[in-house]
Design a protein. Structure first.
Length: 54
């Protein structure tokens, strides 16, 4: 409860974005492979940014 107004760090924001992109890529994998690959690539780019923050 005390963390209610705590702002998210840059790393936390990137981790959420990474998870969202991966789930989109997984959902698209059955219908549109090209778009799925693009989302997976974007997720990998976000992961590289996360690694740079560490």
């Amino acid at each position: 409860m005390f963390g209610l107004f705590k702002k998210k760090s840059e790393k936390e924001k990137l981790q959420e974005q990474y998870a969202k992109l991966l789930s989109e890529a997984h959902a698209l994998s059955t219908s549109n492979r090209k778009l799925s690959d693009q989302k997976a690539f974007e997720a990998e780019e976000v992961m590289k940014k996360i690694d740079l923050l560490d």
